[in-house]
Design a protein around this ligand. Structure first.
Ligand code: C5P
Length: 228
């Protein structure tokens, strides 16, 4: 094992350029303060990430995804993760709604990109592009690629989810370096996206766990069923 995170384990393989990612059912929120299990979540996040990575690859976004090897495991390219979380927002919710005093569900006139420094002991603080360059979390060229991909990924995913009756409110991306190039890594799942039913605005994502809204497992299953 090379890494164990809150929701995933990463293993080395015989091929030093490939890792195996195993998706767990463990769930945490509020930087690990709230802990729990969402039964079957690992299976759903594995399958959903694979499906979305394939769609993105077809549209020209390089990703770390190689192949699904079991319900909970995929083979990925062994990237070096950039220590930056990229948050993409289409509609105000969560921490943005709170910070700016907006009602959740308020439409944003343009897509908002935010960055956080991936550092558990600091609680992943929000940073801007100047911080990224000043403490060398990425080069200017890498940062431009990250921003360009994040906006393109948003366009592709907003359209995709819309066709399935789901609004993509916001989501988090992580990128890594592979052969010196920036590629999309980590996962795209109801753990990392806010997904609302287009008709009813019912939350179909991890906010059901964070906010004790019930139907957590059911909502994860519903998202996968709708998009597959
Ligand atoms: O909490 P906040 O509103 O800033 O989250 C924005 C988006 O980023 C949400 O979709 C959330 O699920 C995702 N996120 C994440 N991992 C984090 C922080 C946020 O997947 N560590």
């Amino acid at each position: 094992m090379v890494y164990e995170g809150k929701a995933k384990k990463v293993y080395k393989t015989e091929d030093e350029k490939k890792y195996i990612v195993e998706y767990k059912d463990d769930a945490t929120a509020f930087n690990g303060v709230k802990k729990g299990t969402i039964k079957g979540k690992g299976i759903i996040n594995n399958k959903m990430s694979a499906l979305l990575f394939k769609i993105l690859e077809e549209k020209g976004i390089p990703t770390h995804f190689e192949e699904l090897i079991s319900d909970r495991e995929m083979i990925v390219k062994a990237v070096k993760i950039l220590p930056i979380e990229v948050i993409v927002r289409n509609i105000a919710a969560g921490s943005l709604a709170k910070r700016l005093g907006l009602e959740e569900g308020t439409e944003l006139k343009t897509t908002v990109l935010e960055f956080c420094y991936k550092k558990d002991e600091l609680g992943d603080p929000m940073i801007n592009e100047y911080h990224i360059k000043a403490i060398e979390l990425a080069t200017e060229e890498q940062l431009e690629k990250v921003k360009d991909y994040a906006l393109k990924i948003n366009d592709i995913l907003v359209k995709f989810f819309k066709s399935k009756g789901i609004k993509l409110i916001d989501f988090k991306l992580e990128f890594g370096l592979y052969d010196g190039e920036v590629i999309l890594a980590d996962e795209i799942s109801p753990d990392t996206c806010r997904l609302w039913d287009a008709e009813t605005n019912k939350k179909l994502d991890k906010d059901r766990f964070r906010r004790d809204l019930g139907d957590v497992e059911k909502s994860y299953i519903e998202v996968l069923e709708r998009i597959k």
